[in-house]
Design a protein around this ligand. Structure first.
Ligand code: IMP
Length: 445
């Protein structure tokens, strides 16, 4: 029953989409299990670029099953636009299945997201303003509208009435007359229902049957561990659980169906939006990494905050997810630096040292990163095709990361192309089932 989970091991934007797309070649289904169109992936295939926000990365493979699980929040307008855009480029989207239980982002969720941020003023979270938080809030309050409701006009209308009235009240201070018309909204959502109906299914059952038949199912997380609503840097987090544990709940398959959990981490760290970031770089080096790494959001275009690799956070993410392997992306961005720094511990204002991620928000906000220097390399890595092509210093950097995290590196990203993802022995052995010589966590490069 090989379920393989791919999760972000940092603050999102680690390159999960590209890695999922690559692994999808070896899988039978690709599934999203949480988040919504706050996520964004860019996939490069030859000279073609694809930007996806909701549809799983596997859609570019003809005949692969792609699933949007019950844990995802769907803005139907965005989903339909994405489907149109794919069809226009002759991508076969017939393999897409959408959970009937997934919740829908409604127009009032978008308004509430912006109003909520405005209300917070200088304490803003810096959300993507896609309505994610308010939609999950309605789900928990049992006021949510689900995909299946689109297929029943009477129920849809009833549910919109119940959910919308309280929103009018809370939006009043921000908009005198919010454009929330019951009739228009119902008609619009019914039309969305007609357009999506062919894709709606009992995806939990479908996935179970695939797993039972020994098919490989890849479960693709959005965002990253540090944005997890329970274990991340709350309240500067998203409103779902981007951890491997959520792959089970967000799709309706049991946890024992999951065999592998791969965590994706950049060779450095980025974060979008507000919140603590101990290894953040404010000076010129931060800007250098931002420019070299093209660190601007796929979804909002916002410049990302940049910093050195944070191993305290990475060890935490490894534990929270029980990662079985790491994928280190964008190693090429660090080429040309004499010395590379990494954060191995945090130090509190009174000198306390933190090897583990501090659980208390106040403590975390006042910690600074303790940095260690490692030798850099000058070579361009774009032409490397196997880990042995990498300069010694780059390999040592990866070995250091694997040792600190306590899990092997399975894949290494050295550029945007598919051919620029290098498989280590550990990666080949776990995913492709190939024999590898003496694979152990640290010597697998
Ligand atoms: P929300 O998910 O739009 O509510 O935003 C909450 C926080 O998560 C903000 O700091 C966002 O910048 C961040 N966030 C949400 N989605 C992503 C993502 O895909 N990558 C990086 N940060 C994200």
């Amino acid at each position: 029953m090989p379920g393989i989970v791919i999760v972000g091991a940092q603050w999102g934007d680690e390159g999960k989409g590209k890695i999922t797309d690559l692994l999808a070649e070896h899988g039978d289904a690709v599934v999203r299990f949480q988040g919504g169109n706050n996520a964004g992936h860019t996939i490069v295939r030859g000279d073609q670029e694809w930007k996806l926000h909701l549809i799983p990365s596997g859609i570019l493979y003809p005949g692969k099953r792609c699933v949007i699980g019950n844990g995802v929040v769907i803005d139907p307008r965005v989903l339909i636009d994405e489907l149109h855009a794919l069809r226009a480029r002759r991508v076969d989207v017939s393999g897409l299945r959408i959970s009937a239980n997934a919740h829908l982002i409604m127009p009032y969720h978008l308004l509430l997201d912006s109003a909520g941020e405005a209300k917070l003023g200088s304490l803003q979270i810096g959300t993507t303003r896609r309505g994610i938080g308010p939609c999950y809030a309605d789900k928990a309050a049992r006021l949510g509208i689900r995909v299946q409701d689109l297929l029943d006009e009477k129920i849809l209308k009833k549910k919109i009435v119940a959910a919308m009235e309280p929103k009018r009240q809370s939006l009043r201070p921000f908009e005198k007359d919010p454009a929330l018309d019951l009739h228009t909204m119902t008609e619009e959502y019914l039309t969305f229902g007609h357009q999506l109906e062919q894709h709606v299914a009992d995806t939990s059952k479908l996935l179970w049957e695939m797993l039972d038949a020994g098919k490989k199912v890849i479960l693709e997380g959005a965002q990253g561990a540090m944005l997890d609503i329970d274990h991340g840097t709350y309240p500067f987090v998203t409103s779902s659980n981007p951890l491997a544990g959520a792959a089970s709940v967000g799709t309706g398959i049991g946890p024992l169906a999951i065999e592998e959990v791969w965590g994706i981490a950049k060779a450095y760290t980025t974060r979008v939006g507000a919140g603590p970031f101990p290894s953040e770089l404010h000076e010129e080096m931060g800007e250098t990494i931002r420019q070299r790494g093209g660190e601007f959001g796929t979804t909002t275009g916002r410049p990302r905050r940049t910093g050195w690799l944070d191993l305290v956070a990475l060890r935490y993410a490894t534990r929270l997810n029980t990662l079985s392997a790491l994928v280190v992306t964008k190693l090429d961005v660090l080429s040309g630096l004499d010395r590379i720094k990494v954060c191995t511990r945090y130090r509190g204002p009174e000198g306390a040292v933190f090897e583990d991620f501090p659980y208390h928000q106040t403590v975390l906000h006042h910690t600074t990163a303790e940095l260690m220097e490692l030798p850099g390399w000058s070579e361009d890595l774009g032409e490397c095709r196997t880990p042995s092509d990498l300069p010694d210093a780059a390999r040592e950097y990866l070995e250091f990361i694997a040792e600190q995290a306590g899990v092997p590196v399975a894949l290494i990203g050295v550029g945007p192309g598919r051919e620029q993802v290098l498989w280590t022995e550990a990666g080949r052995q776990t995913l492709l089932g190939e024999d590898a010589v003496a694979v152990s966590g640290r010597s697998a490069l």
